[in-house]
Design a protein around this ligand. Structure first.
Ligand code: ATP
Ligand code: MG
Length: 650
């Protein structure tokens, strides 16, 4: 990695924070100084943003690394902090969730409503025998009950394990069994691309092979027919009839809050365990700082699914702990039309939008005319998460969504980190397209070489975290050794994130994707991200994926898959000419060493359910192998399209 090509990403554009925003920002540059002066005192101060039933005795116990304990001896109730305290402060009538169903049905849920719903669900779970420490699996569409179920578990000290509603029987039953979940909360189905899509049959099959499950609670969402077994209970007959009075008990700061299995882009999913005090401290603080949330006036919308960590930290725990008003949307961005997202922004006057590069690139493919048709003037801050954002996608987001007014916060973090770690602060940082910029106050991230030495400015290497942070994972559920091996063994006393990164000449951080995705071409390390960004910087390309395929002369050769923008001609000679032009464009942008051996123009790319490109499958195509494990692939038809190949130039 130290040999990362020089001259890559000669990005010189820079955007100052809007003066008005900076003048009223929640967090200023002083936060960096405070955190540098005394990191633990800084986090202690952020913990005080929450209501604690009992104050901690020690901020951090790091006597047995890598097993951290934060706010030792402290006690709090997470659900009380996310719901009840806002009602107690007289904000019960404030809208917590503007929910928008895919078919267009809506629900408005105030903090007082949420308090009642969560109390009822907590009582119902208690009646079903769930006690503190028990695990509850949640397999739901994007409906308010998903947030209610999570908060009800938190309220009674149970540990939730949310499984994305698109996962298969195998994925669901593996997760239920790994955590020995006692209860599963699900729905008859949800709406997806204009149609009801069933969930209950998958649960029935998974529960049949998961002996730990005692009860299945079923929300009625679509009204479709469901098979009914002896463990099944309707949510509306159980939860909605329960008492709305529930006294929240405080729990220890290290009480487990949830297990979330990472998406499995690379290997067997890992059950990442998060606890309460430190997790809520950092999700709450980062949501306040990075999105500059003003609870009285902002309308916040995070487009993630609740099945991903982004949905946990930035739909449920961060925003609700801060008393935000937010939008929650059930469906897909192109149902019933490709302007649905912008229609929602306009309808609810969304001020803060947090989405993923995959969506931005899809919107680029559809064309800027679509967002141009809506009033997006309410927006004031834009966020990105999930993958490196290509500079041209960043510029498109800034121009066509933010209308050149809104700062973009590119937030780097992982399921394992629990909360945002590296990001601009919208009122402080002058941003650069494609860079996550700097570690947040209280976070010590660095880039090191093979020998664990920090790389100088201008160098590239491995992203590491040098100090424990409050929302860090505590272990891999049931597998402490895998926790140590995966994250703490590559380098001494540092957390190994598994991502490549570089420091530019100003010391700002650029994420380069997974270390596994780096290519070695004729002795040079080249990151897939940089070649992809070079391709996306060509006006004819909306999205690109790059892999290294074994090559007899160069070791690995660069093979690229590119999706043309909507109006681009790709038939016959026009396609061949475009391919040559793109190869030359990459060579010109990054240097001749980065010129792809082969470019294929394709209509789609294989993605995980969370929208990340699955380069592993593309490597199989590039090397003419049969496809590997496709269980986490979003749409299996995509691989047929690609293997069939629209056009492939050598
Ligand atoms: P798995 O670990 O199971 O393969 P995953 O890593 O995709 O799945 P997540 O924890 O959701 O699961 O994603 C974290 C990863 O996403 C990071 O390690 C990084 O590779 C990528 N990522 C997230 N945000 C950014 C960002 N702003 N810039 C660059 N990469 C990002
Ligand atoms: Mg990961």
């Amino acid at each position: 990695m130290s040999e990362t090509l020089e001259n890559l990403l000669r990005e010189t554009r820079q955007f100052e924070p809007p003066a008005e925003l900076a003048a009223a920002a929640n967090v200023t540059a002083a936060a960096y100084e405070e955190a540098t002066a005394d990191r633990l005192a800084f986090w202690e101060q952020q913990a005080r943003r929450l209501d604690w039933a009992r104050e901690w005795e020690q901020v951090l116990d790091w006597s047995n690394p890598p097993f951290a304990k934060w706010f030792v001896g402290g006690q709090l109730n997470v659900a009380y902090n996310c719901v009840d305290r806002h009602v107690a402060a007289g904000r019960g009538d404030k809208v917590a969730i503007h929910w928008e169903g895919e078919p267009g049905d809506t629900r408005t849920i105030t903090y007082a409503d949420l308090q009642r719903l969560v109390a009822q669900a907590a009582n119902a779970l208690t009646d079903l025998g769930v006690v503190a420490g028990d695990r509850v699996a949640i397999y739901l569409p994007m409906i308010p009950e998903a947030a209610v179920a999570m908060l009800a578990c938190a309220r009674i000290g149970a540990t939730h394990s949310v499984v994305f509603g698109g996962f298969s029987v195998d994925a669901l039953s593996n997760r239920i069994q790994d955590a020995s979940a006692k209860v599963v909360i699900t729905a008859d189905g949800g709406y997806r691309r204009g149609k009801p899509s069933a969930l209950k049959p998958t649960v029935d099959e998974a529960v049949a092979i998961s002996p730990s499950v005692e009860h299945v609670l079923v929300v009625r969402r679509t009204g479709q027919d469901v098979a009914w077994g002896s463990k099944d209970l309707w949510w509306h007959e159980t939860v909605e009839t329960a008492s709305p009075e529930h006294e929240a008990q405080p729990f220890d700061a290290e009480q487990p809050l949830f297990i979330l299995y990472t998406s499995g882009t690379t290997a067997k999913p890992k059950g990442i365990l998060h606890t309460t005090g430190g997790y809520l401290t950092q999700t709450s603080y980062t949501h306040h700082a990075v999105f500059d949330l003003k609870p009285e006036t902002d309308v916040y919308w995070c487009t993630a699914d609740i099945g991903w960590v982004t949905g946990h930290s930035y739909i449920v725990y961060g925003p609700l702990s801060n008393g935000a008003t937010q939008v929650m949307y059930e469906g897909t961005p192109d149902t019933p039309h490709k302007g649905r997202f912008w229609e929602i922004v306009d309808k609810y006057k969304v001020t803060i939008l947090y989405t993923a590069p995959t969506l931005i690139r899809t919107m680029m493919k559809w064309g800027e005319d679509i967002p141009a048709g809506y009033d997006l003037s309410s927006l004031r801050i834009l966020g990105s998460v999930g993958e490196p954002i290509n500079p041209e996608a960043w510029m498109w987001y800034r121009k066509h969504v933010g209308r050149d007014r809104c700062p973009i916060v590119d937030t780097w973090w992982q399921t394992e980190t629990g909360a945002i770690m590296i990001s601009p602060l919208p009122g402080v940082t002058a941003t650069k397209p494609g860079s996550a910029m700097t570690p947040l106050p209280g976070i010590s991230a660095d880039v090191v070489d093979d020998q664990a030495n920090p790389v100088p400015n201008g160098g590239g290497g491995y992203l590491v975290l040098r100090e424990p942070w409050p929302s860090m994972l505590r272990t891999i559920w049931g597998d402490d050794q895998r926790f140590i091996d995966t994250y703490w063994s590559r380098f001494d006393s540092m957390y190994f994130a598994g991502d490549g990164a570089k420091k530019d000449t100003d010391g700002h951080l650029w994420l380069l994707g997974r270390v596994d995705d780096v290519m070695l071409v004729s002795g040079h390390n080249i990151s897939t991200t940089e070649v992809e960004s070079a391709l996306v910087s060509h006006p004819s390309v909306a999205e690109a994926a790059v892999v290294g395929a074994t090559d007899p002369t160069t070791g690995q050769a660069i093979v690229a898959f590119a999706i043309p923008r909507g109006t681009v001609e790709t038939d016959g000679e026009a396609g061949e000419a475009l391919i040559q032009e793109l190869r030359n464009h990459v060579a010109k942008t990054l240097g001749p060493i980065a010129k792809p051996r082969q470019i294929m123009l394709v209509p789609e790319l294989p993605k995980t359910r969370s929208g990340k490109i699955m380069r592993r499958l593309l490597r199989d195509v590039a090397e003419n192998r049969s496809l590997g494990d496709v269980t986490t692939l979003q749409d299996s038809a995509v691989m047929d399209l690609i293997s069939g190949g629209m056009k492939s130039g050598k």
